[in-house]
Design a protein around this ligand. Structure first.
Ligand code: ADP
Length: 188
């Protein structure tokens, strides 16, 4: 596990399963229909039960780069923030900006609802094929900038990586320029 203080909030990297996280909200790597899929999405709906899908059906989908909130059903987390990352084509179709937007909108929604702790999976790096070495600095950099811009809102942002290689990619990014201490991340 890697942990850093970021403007008074904890930024953590762990290897694990997002569905077991007891943060106020977990983030789902959803698709635009919000009606379920494979990967993290399938795992969250399986673990959380049918209540989540029933609520998703009322939301009218979600555009890429945005996110929507439901309750957490049977999950330890009270809420699920369903974020839609981009499908990666070649990196020149707005994918980095849309990925950053999916993270930023998730954090905004958490704060709007008074939530203090959020766990993210690695959005878009599975079925959506975003190269993880490119995605990790975007993910972490977006979170760092948000925490610095909105101190006193969130107390914990945790990235829950499913495998050792994914965790290693995020550890590399956390040590890199996207998370430069000069941009507000204290060394820890
Ligand atoms: P996307 O369609 O946005 O690419 P995926 O669900 O296919 O989303 O994959 C996103 C990442 O989540 C991948 O790195 C995948 O290995 C990982 N993942 C899959 N299941 C879980 C889980 N239960 N907890 C955390 N991460 C998971």
């Amino acid at each position: 596990m890697r942990r850093r203080d970021c403007a008074g909030a904890a930024l953590e990297l762990v290897r694990g399963d997002i569905t077991s996280q007891a943060t106020d909200a977990i983030v789902n790597a959803a698709n635009t229909t919000l009606l379920g899929g494979g990967g993290v999405d399938g795992a969250i709906h399986r673990a959380g039960g049918p209540e989540i899908l029933a609520e998703c059906r009322t939301l009218g989908g979600c555009v890429t780069g945005d996110a929507k909130l439901t309750r957490g059903g049977r999950l330890p987390a009270r809420f699920v923030i369903h974020a839609v990352g981009p499908v990666y084509r070649d990196g020149r179709h707005g994918e980095p900006e849309l990925l950053a937007s999916a993270y930023r909108r998730s954090l905004e929604i958490a704060v709007e609802h008074g939530l203090r702790s959020v766990a993210f999976p690695s959005i878009s790096t599975g079925a959506y094929r975003f190269p993880i070495a490119e995605a990790a600095p975007i993910a972490l950099g977006t979170v760092v900038r948000f925490l610095v811009a909105r101190p006193g809102t969130l107390t914990l942002v945790r990235f829950v990586l499913f495998g050792d290689a994914d965790l290693a990619a995020y550890e590399t990014a956390l040590a890199g320029p996207a998370c430069d201490p000069g941009r507000g991340v204290a060394q820890g």
